[in-house]
Write a protein that binds this ligand. Structure first.
Ligand code: 5GP
Ligand code: MG
Length: 180
């Protein structure tokens, strides 16, 4: 699987230390207030698993499934929310967590849906950000890493369902796209 990669952009040590920093920043911001952390399946599961183990504030976890790429590397322009939350959002401090902010359409959509349910607040944390690709004004409150406009895999991010288990983030060799 490692042979399929062109380049590793973020290795395990770099990711681990950045997530420790993010954990401290989020802890400091919420100051012991309990949050409802809403993670976007499937891509954010690895990041979320590591992030919550670096948080000391009380939290509850909920998941949302949102459609995006299918088997291509181009996002659908209109992401759809495919599942519903089990928790009541009203008057809660919400933290939305996703793997990567690309066009921003997914996070904007989820943010709007959650806002409509009258939470106390909505903040967001993304593992990766590709600012060059943004199609709206969405800004995440916490960003792990800003990266250039390249399709990346690993650490939860997939290509056609694969590569999510890689503990680092990298780009794929062009031949991988040609073969599938
Ligand atoms: P957006 O709605 O911001 O355009 O896209 C967000 C979703 O697209 C992310 O949650 C992620 O699932 C997917 N995505 C965006 N860029 C990449 C990428 O470089 N690699 C992978 N694997 N998925 C991406
Ligand atoms: Mg995603």
């Amino acid at each position: 699987m490692k042979n399929d990669l062109k380049e590793i952009l973020l290795d395990e040590a770099v990711i681990r230390s950045r997530i420790q920093e993010l954990g401290k920043e989020i802890d400091d911001f919420f100051q012991e207030k309990e949050i409802l952390l809403i993670t976007l399946l499937d891509g954010a599961i690895v990041f979320t698993a590591d992030l919550i183990r670096n948080l000391s504030i009380p939290l509850r976890l909920d998941c949302l499934r949102v459609s995006s790429y299918g088997d291509s590397t181009d996002p659908e322009t209109a992401p759809r929310i495919l599942s519903s939350l089990k928790s009541d959002v009203r008057d809660r401090e919400i933290l939305l967590v996703d793997d990567i902010l690309d066009t921003g359409n997914t996070m904007q959509k989820v943010h709007d849906e959650v806002m409509a349910r009258q939470p106390a607040s909505v903040h967001s944390c993304v593992f990766l950000d590709k600012p060059d690709r943004r199609e709206n004004d969405f800004k995440a409150d916490w960003v792990g890493f800003s990266i250039p406009d390249e399709f990346v895999v690993g650490y939860g991010l997939d290509y056609a369902g694969r590569y999510r288990q890689l503990p680092y983030v990298g780009t794929l060799k062009p031949v991988i796209y040609e073969d599938s």
